[in-house]
Design a protein around this ligand. Structure first.
Ligand SMILES: O=C(O)CCC(=O)C(=O)O
Ligand SMILES: [Fe+2]
Length: 312
């Protein structure tokens, strides 16, 4: 009994330390290797960073809050190009949207973003490369990219429509790109800045232990997740509610956010639809190898790379 209590206390302390230091929910065994990899990428990098253009303010805001947005003539042209092709594909009867997965209530684009949309090359090589290179201070690489269509399907939000953290490596940057105008009724992404998300995580383990004990029975993963999401919801409502960033924006808006910050989105009002891309981005110790995407596309192979130095 005492040994168990000690183990929980020690486990909690190590986990809190790792959260603060590595900005990740992965735990103290896994989280540090990603930070170390970023340091190696920076040390390896020689030469000049690409021109940042007008994005320097966005990079600064991202560093401070873990969320920002930008929109330029280039991102607008890129998003409009992709939207047009998606519409053509929908109308031609070719079918653009595949089955929903257990992780997401959204329709997922059936093809590969890199292979189907040259505009995605322009996005990754242009504005995203500039933004990420200045944030990481080394070249970026892209673990996967997906395209989603969100519709109103039920009365209650579920999955990624509820507050959650993706709980991947602290160095992972999620980037959402709107392919349609996203107003308050279109299920905008909402993000709690990192400094406000962190205290929620620091209290999470003790609170979850208590709530699971109170439930009195063994709960499956889904039921546990619901309890965790309600904890986040209550803690935000009774705390930093005013600090939540609701990322509305017209087509072509790019929204980078920390993978671990609390976020939710994609729960539009009835009759509204949102289309968006999501990319998972990392630093690279080598110059970005675009030929990998020519060969393999941007399909999702896993939630995160187990070894950040692997080529992708
Ligand atoms: O659909 C949304 O706005 C939420 C997306 C999300 O949770 C994610 O990209 O990790
Ligand atoms: Fe998410």
């Amino acid at each position: 009994m005492i040994a168990n209590a000690l183990r929980s206390t020690l486990g909690d302390a190590l986990w809190r330390h790792s959260l603060r230091r590595h900005r990740s929910n992965m735990g103290w065994r896994q989280a540090p290797q990603y930070e170390r990899y970023l340091a190696r990428c920076r040390a390896n990098f020689q030469g000049d960073l690409p021109d940042i253009g007008d994005l320097d303010q966005a990079v600064r805001e991202f560093q401070q809050q873990g969320v920002t947005s930008f929109r330029t003539p280039e991102t607008i042209a890129i998003a409009e190009g992709i939207r047009r092709k998606l519409e053509e594909r929908e109308q031609s009867g070719q079918g653009a949207w595949g089955a929903r997965t257990t992780e997401s209530d959204d329709d997922t684009y059936v093809g590969d973003l890199w292979q189907d949309f040259p505009e995605v090359h322009d996005l990754l090589k242009g504005p995203l490369c500039a933004f990420l290179s200045h944030y990481y201070r080394c070249p970026p690489k892209f673990y996967y990219g997906l395209c989603y269509r969100s519709l109103r399907r039920s009365d209650r939000p579920s999955g990624s429509q509820l507050w959650h953290s993706d709980s991947g490596p602290g160095i992972c940057t999620n980037v959402m790109v709107y392919l349609s105008d996203v107003g308050p009724d279109d299920g905008p992404l909402q993000v709690l800045p990192w400094d406000d998300s962190l205290p929620m995580f620091l209290r999470q383990r003790a609170i979850m232990r208590q709530r699971l004990r109170d439930a009195g029975e063994r709960l499956d993963k889904l039921a546990q997740r619901e309890i965790l999401c309600s904890y986040y919801e209550e803690a935000i409502e009774s705390g930093p509610k005013e600090r939540v960033r609701t990322m509305t924006g017209p087509i072509g808006t790019v929204v980078p956010f920390f993978n671990n910050s609390l976020h939710r989105g994609g729960f539009p009002q009835a009759g509204h639809t949102r289309r968006a891309l999501v990319l998972h981005c990392y630093p690279s110790h080598l110059p970005t190898d675009w030929s990998i995407y020519d060969k393999e596309g941007l399909k999702k192979r896993g939630s995160y790379p187990h070894d950040p130095s692997e080529p992708f």
